[in-house]
Design a protein around this ligand. Structure first.
Ligand code: SF4
Length: 316
């Protein structure tokens, strides 16, 4: 699957039967909605690309009935509490298609109407359009901004459909100044591309200047299809010599045939993440956004998920 292309993706409507899903990432359990299928941001490292969605970057589907489905699903929960909802786990809810359809905005209005806490993951500046929606709900929501690099030469290669990082930081500033809780997620940290101390420090410094109080980060995980794109990225950046280093820290030999997510070894991961944590503690910035989740969970509602529900949940 080619992550880079000069052709704009097609944008189509589709009708969905359901929208609210459980998810689990590590020990974190929650609910998620994905108003779109596919993603215009074209990140080469994207975990949401699978064999069964070969046109992930090229065909974007807007789930046009998502707000109505969401409302009918929330009606079924009426008398029980709800986990905070993540928007979204497998697409960017504020990619360009949102300017055309406005599905995310409508879903957020439904969540607010039902007093459901939520948080948004995005790399987009289009979210500025909805600043007032978030400002009026700021004790019950927060935003996680995915920033992988502030080097535009690298960014145009690894995530060519995203806006420039400085432009995203301008958007973040508007949210911070409006009193909306924000976290910057440095994810993935790509070995031998964005993992240097100076690279990580430059993102942390910019966040510090903007008064961002939460930063998270994690190292790239590899799957066979992701490795094919990462290997191309290394070549485009003139860093093919790092391929052997990848084999060493991820413990494989090219060709890589593992369809599960493979983590980098502990020595490498701890070195990078501990460096990030040290930089944060020096600036009194909190690592991770668990506290923000606790905050919105405790504001209105309590966790009500049962073990049985967890077992039935969808894992993304
Ligand atoms: S923004 Fe997220 S979902 Fe979209 S391509 Fe990038 S990593 Fe994938």
């Amino acid at each position: 699957m080619l992550w880079h292309s000069n052709k704009a993706p097609t944008i189509e409507r589709k009708y969905s039967k359901s929208i609210l899903r459980y998810f689990r990432v590590g020990s974190h359990v929650g609910m998620t909605i994905n108003p779109y299928q596919g993603c215009h941001h074209r990140c080469g490292y994207c975990y949401a690309t699978y064999k069964w969605s070969p046109d992930f970057y090229d065909k974007i589907y807007g789930k046009i009935n998502a707000p109505e489905i969401l409302e009918s699903e929330l009606n079924k929960w009426k008398n029980s509490s709800m986990l905070p909802v993540m928007i979204s786990s497998a697409t960017d809810a504020y990619q360009y298609a949102e300017a055309k359809y406005g599905i995310t905005r409508k879903c957020i209005k439904v969540l607010q109407q039902y007093q459901i806490p939520f948080y948004v993951f995005t790399k987009s500046c289009l979210i500025e359009r909805d600043l007032n929606l978030f400002r009026n709900y700021n004790s019950n929501c927060f935003i996680v901004w995915s920033i992988t690099t502030i080097d535009e030469n690298i960014k145009r290669i690894i995530e060519p459909g995203t806006p420039p990082t400085q432009r995203v930081f301008e958007t973040i500033k508007k949210f911070v100044d409006s009193g909306i809780n924000c976290c910057v997620n440095i994810d993935p940290i790509i070995p031998f591309v964005t993992d240097s101390e100076s690279h990580i420090r430059s993102i942390v410094d910019t966040c510090h200047k903007l008064d961002i109080r939460y930063i998270s980060g994690s190292i790239l995980r590899l799957r066979s299809d992701i490795w094919i794109r990462i290997r191309d990225i290394l070549q485009l950046l003139g860093r093919s010599s790092s391929i052997e280093e990848y084999e060493r820290i991820f413990g494989f030999q090219d060709p890589f045939a593992n369809d599960n997510n493979l983590s980098a070894d502990t020595i490498y991961s701890e070195k990078v993440i501990n460096f990030l944590k040290d930089e944060l503690s020096r600036r009194k910035i909190v690592f991770g956004f668990n506290k923000l989740i606790e905050c919105i969970t405790n504001t209105k509602l309590e966790y009500a998920i049962s073990t049985k529900q967890c077992r039935m949940s969808e894992f993304v």
